[in-house]
Every structure is written in structure tokens, then in C-alpha cells.
Ligand binder design. Structure first.
Ligand code: NAD
Length: 422
């Protein structure tokens, strides 16, 4: 097997390749194609921050607005050493297609700061967040661009974004950011939303394939917001979580993990996941992807399934919780193996859907019960799943291409009626 090339690992090239395939299948108008191929705006910010040590460090951050055709930009802020402009660009374009797949009135955006949040104090993280937000205060806004949490950021980060933005515009503006704490305009169910979306999608896939939850073995790579919530909700629903992993390593236990205990171990006791005393064979977080299971949920980061290893993936359903966990080069191998793919722009769309509900609630100043949020989320995702699968069958394309085709077509139709300004 040839080693994976840099081109394969270039996430923006992966995003472009999928756009290309879908656009061609759609017979997309050439002008519209050219328009949608480029992001709308990109900004690089240099963030001077006084560290606790008394020394100043300048961090680099980005924000990319890919599209505001269907509504204001929407997309998370990532704090990670792996952040690059190319990655943020790809993630921003995926947000455009994701919002269109679930048919919510947002465009796509994404942001990131190159930093290692595990090595910075809370005060340092607050200063980075505030300065980053201040630099972007003219770009952000409930009708412009609305951030949310992503890798390395959380509810607290969003509270700092909100506060800094409110200070700059000199008025309370809760709808500028989603994934906030409940006390300052967050939504019930937002913390669980992406994981709940994974569960809803997997339930739909089981029904489609005539499978049952009972005895259904699930492996989840990534134990952050998405992975841990998916594990908890899926176990509660009757699935058997046999594999878990985070950046420190993985555990495999054919008897299934007690997920609430594991969450307590990692989040309350703050102990390394691979040292969990609840049983299991230790392995690398990469190796866990290749153990036999019915459902594999990569919920960590990009480029986990590549041409080098796709052949070894041994599942019936691949539900992508992370963005871009499978390279575009590996798509054909996964297809050939007959794996039922729930592509990222559908698989993890639960998060942005409830972010949309949060924005709606903030703007109406009226908040919904958790059951109401969950019910609406289920409606949106079940409908999107049915549409994508129906489209895939009708046009004889795989699920991923179908999701891109539906999304691109929706954006293109709006672009046509709006026209091109000047
Ligand atoms: P997070 O920071 O809360 O958690 C990330 C998890 O992945 C951690 O457990 C970390 O240890 C693990 N991880 C990181 N690199 C790894 C590696 N190489 N191997 C194994 N584990 C690794 O982040 P999150 O919010 O859960 O996001 C995870 C993924 O889901 C990202 O791709 C993100 O863009 C996507 N996503 C998140 C949301 C959301 O609502 N948070 C919504 C849609 C998509």
C-alpha cells in the first residue's frame, strides 16, 4: 500500500474534491460553480497575549466566512496546534453544506487559534479569546457571523466571546454566539446535541438496514463533547459501546463500557481515559478504528480513515461525528466495502441544528423546554436523513455525494434568485 500523500491529508483539497464530484453530477451552472468554489472572506489575526509568566506571546488566529448566501455565517472556533488557514477554510465550507443539508437559514464559517489549550491557564485562554473576539468584532454579529464551540473550546469560551462582543457593541447581544451556558441565553439540549444527532442518525440507519439496537456494537474515537455525549446517549438507548478513545489512547471491551462511570473518570476525576479501571484492552486511538463492530463513530479529528487503512475498517455503518475524518481519497475504498456512510455534514449536524434553535430562542427572548428542543432536533434530522438517502437511491450516488448534491443545489437556488451583486 502506497503511503498517504500530503495531498490526501490536505483537508481543503478533500473538501474541494467532494464539491467537485457533486457539482459535476448536478451539472452545476459554470458561474455558480465558480462563485461557490471560493470563500467569501478570510482574516488572519495576530493576538498579543500577556502570559502568566509575565512574557508576551503573539498567537495566530483565523476566521473564514465561506458563504452568507443562505444566511449569516455559522461555525465553531477551534483552539488547537493543528489549526491552519487551509483547515479553517475547509471547515468553513463544510459548515455551508451542513447548514444546507439540514435546511437551516445559515451560511458557513469557521475560526481557529493556533494554541494548545491544555498548556494554557484559564486566564491566558480568556485573554486569547477576548483579544481574538475584539479583533473580529466588526465581522461577528447575529446577522453576520455566529461562532460556537469546537475542538478545544467550550461553554466558558463562548461566554467570553459574548461578553467581549457585548462590550464592543455596547448592548447585550446573546445571539452573537451559540453553545453558551444556559444562564446567559444558552439552549437546553445544546451540550448533548451533536451526540444526540449521532444517535438519531444511527437509529435511522439501523431502521434502513433492518438492524436492531440490541447487541449493536459501537466504537467511538474521541471522548470530547461529541464522543462522550454520543456514547452516553447511545448506551442509554440500548447500544453497546465496546470501544472508546481519546488523544491519550483507546480501550476495547467486548462486554461494553459503563459510560456514566467513564465520563466521571475522565471529566470529574480528570484521569486519563486509557487508565479507566472498568476493564478493557489498551491500544492506540488509531488502532481502535479497525476492530470489528456494527457502528464506527470517528468523533475526534480529521484524516483518520485514509487510503492506507480504509481497507481495515470493519463496520457496517460509519457515522462521522467529527468533521472530515475520512479523506476524499479513501471514499472509494469505503464504498467498495459496502459500508453505509452517514457523512459528517449529516452525521454531526445535530450541533448546528440546536445552535440554530439557540439563536432563534435568543432572538425571541423565549426559551423552550428540553423535550421541545430534542423533538424539533429529531424532526429536522430525520427529515434530512430521509431526503439524503432517497436522493442517493434516486440518483444512484453514495450518501456523501447525495448530501453534497442536495446542499449545493439548495445554495445555488438561493444564489440564482438573489443574483450576483454588482
Ligand atoms: P473536543 O475538544 O470536545 O474533543 C475532542 C476529543 O477528541 C477529545 O477527547 C480528544 O482527546 C480527542 N482527540 C483529539 N485528537 C485525537 C486523535 N488524534 N485521536 C484520538 N482522539 C483524539 O471536541 P468536540 O467538540 O467533541 O469535536 C470533535 C469533532 O467533532 C471535531 O471534528 C469537531 O469539528 C466536530 N464537531 C463538533 C461539534 C460540537 O458541537 N462540539 C459539532 C459538529 C462537529
Amino acid at each position: 500500500m502506497a503511503p498517504v500523500t500530503q495531498d490526501e491529508l490536505n483537508v481543503y483539497a478533500s473538501a474541494e474534491a467532494r464539491f467537485e464530484v457533486a457539482a459535476q453530477r448536478l451539472g452545476l451552472d459554470e458561474d455558480v460553480y465558480r462563485f461557490l468554489q471560493y470563500p467569501s472572506k478570510e482574516i488572519t489575526v495576530y493576538i498579543p497575549v500577556m502570559l502568566d509568566s509575565g512574557h508576551l506571546k503573539v498567537f495566530t488566529g483565523y476566521r473564514v466566512l465561506h458563504s452568507a448566501v443562505r444566511g449569516p455565517g455559522k461555525g465553531g472556533i477551534r483552539f488547537s496546534m493543528d489549526v491552519s488557514l487551509n483547515e479553517v477554510r475547509a471547515l468553513a465550507s463544510w459548515m455551508t453544506w451542513k447548514c444546507a443539508v439540514v435546511n437551516i437559514p445559515f451560511g458557513g464559517a469557521k475560526g481557529g487559534v493556533i494554541c494548545d489549550p491544555t498548556k494554557l491557564s484559564k486566564n491566558e485562554l480568556e485573554r486569547i479569546t477576548r483579544r481574538y473576539t475584539a479583533e473580529l468584532s466588526d465581522w461577528l454579529g447575529p446577522e453576520r457571523d455566529i461562532p460556537a464551540p469546537d475542538i478545544g473550546t467550550n461553554e466558558q469560551t463562548m461566554a467570553w466571546v459574548l461578553d467581549t462582543y457585548a462590550m464592543h457593541v455596547r448592548q447585550a447581544t446573546t445571539a452573537v454566539v451559540t453553545g453558551k451556558p444556559l444562564d446567559i441565553g444558552g439552549s437546553q439540549g445544546r451540550k448533548e446535541a451533536t451526540g444526540r444527532g449521532v444517535l438519531i442518525n444511527c437509529d435511522k440507519a439501523l431502521a434502513k438496514l433492518g438492524m436492531k439496537r440490541e447487541g449493536c456494537r459501537v466504537i467511538i474515537q474521541g471522548f470530547g463533547n461529541v464522543g462522550s455525549m454520543a456514547a452516553m446517549l447511545m448506551q442509554r438507548a440500548g447500544y453497546k459501546i465496546i470501544g472508546v478513545a481519546d488523544i491519550y489512547g483507546a480501550l476495547l471491551n467486548e462486554n461494553g463500557f459503563d459510560v456514566p462511570e467513564l465520563i466521571d473518570w475522565v471529566y470529574t476525576q480528570k484521569k486519563p481515559l486509557p487508565d479507566f479501571p472498568g476493564g478493557g484492552t489498551k491500544m492506540s486511538s488509531h488502532q481502535i478504528l479497525f476492530n470489528p463492530c456494527e457502528i464506527l463513530v470517528p468523533a475526534a479529528t480529521e484524516n483518520q480513515i485514509t487510503t492506507e487503512n480504509a481497507e481495515r475498517v470493519d463496520c457496517r455503518i460509519l457515522c462521522e461525528g467529527a468533521n472530515g475524518p475520512t479523506t476524499s481519497h479513501a471514499d472509494a475504498i469505503i464504498d467498495r466495502k459496502g459500508i453505509f456512510v452517514i457523512p459528517d455534514i449529516l452525521g454531526n449536524a445535530g450541533g448546528v441544528t440546536v445552535s440554530y434553535f439557540e439563536w432563534v430562542q435568543d432572538r425571541q427572548g423565549f426559551f423552550w423546554r428540553e423535550s421541545e428542543v430534542n423533538e424539533r432536533l429529531q424532526d429536522v434530522l430525520e427529515h434530512a436523513f430521509d431526503e439524503i438517502i432517497h436522493y442517493a437511491e434516486l440518483h444512484k450516488v453514495n450518501n456523501r455525494t447525495a448530501a453534497y448534491m442536495v446542499a449545493i443545489d439548495r445554495v445555488a437556488r438561493v444564489l440564482k434568485v438573489r443574483g450576483i451583486y454588482a
